[in-house]
Design a protein around this ligand. Sequence first.
Ligand code: ADP
Ligand code: MG
Length: 395
Amino acid sequence: MKDKLLKWFKDVYNYNDGVQVYFAPGRVNLIGEHTDYNGGHVFPCALEIGTYGAARLRSDRIFRFYSMNFPEKGIIYSSLDEILSAGVLSSNRKNAWADYPIGVLWAFARHSFMPKIDRGMDILFFGDIPNGSGLSSSASIEVLMAYIAKDLYDIDISLKDISLLTQYAENKYVGVNCGIMDQFAVAMGKKDHAIFLNTSTLEYEYAPLNLKNKKIIIANSNKKRGLNESKYNERRSECEEALRRLQTVINIKTLGDLSREEFETHKDVIKEETLIRRAKHAVYENQRTKEAFEALKKDDIKKFGLLMKESHISLRDDYEVTGLNLDTLFEAAILQDGVIGARMTGAGFGGCTVNIVDEECVGAFMENVGRIYEEKTGMKADFYAVKSGDGPYRL
Ligand code: ADP
Ligand code: MG
């Protein structure tokens, strides 16, 4: 991969001496969906697929960005002065893919790392994860940019702080109101482990992902998440409203503070049926995620799979963020031989499902689920067998 990146770098910038090559993973959330902004737990793992970056510092204050995934956009230019003068949700944004890495440099500047960043860079990116499908290509390119900056400018910042800084960049520069999970999972990834993260305290623990003869199969619905952003914001405010009503009868900071029993005792104060279902998902999903962590620690993958299925059903019926495409993938998956667990992953409406499948059944799984999906939706799904991988590194 390194040679490929160096060759592409030379094709684009006409030199490649002194260029370094880096990688940051994508991530898949195994369970704990729409819990991150509700003060609950998430349980993602970093992947071996992700984003590569080849980079070298320049002697002037110019930045040049190029992505092999967006060749039609050509080289995108920026400068240290442009980045330094930009404000929150600034009009300097280019509304292009390069806002993601530029936003990270901007976030460094706003957190007084700037004396170190004293000159520009030429960078070329290449991602081998699908964009906009819920495997977090955005966090992958952001964490990669931060890691490259840390290495080339010799900035003293921990991986945990990189996750916070890059979330800040996505929230305040790109303008996407994401929780901490994506950046945290990408920055803190550890091969053969999933990360059990409490999103309100950032306490975390690794659990061994000992799948033996089972594979993690991602099924991409190839449906873009059109309505996603407005629905996402709607779910957030529905949960906030449910929380406010619950807080009139019980002392909690987030929905993640509630046990199932406490929720059932107090839920009537929420009144509206829709809001009750939204809050129920947030509470129950958080409890499922804790149980899934315990199950994995005990090597009980069967239990883990059952919890994944319950998670999908709750996202479908109570939270209502699945839709025909994800439901078809899920329903086709659970009928197949050798399927331990299946659920939608990411924000929903489109994007991917994550499945745990016995190795010897993977071929039939992909064929059958692919066929049923095409019959029902008229669209083709893509399948990837993925492995859990490490956080960012230099090749
Ligand atoms: P997701 O994070 O689920 O993949 P997002 O919409 O949050 O989807 O982020 C996708 C966006 O991130 C892309 O449209 C692009 O702007 C940027 N991006 C991700 N990977 C790359 C890449 N390799 N090259 C350029 N831009 C990228
Ligand atoms: Mg994203």
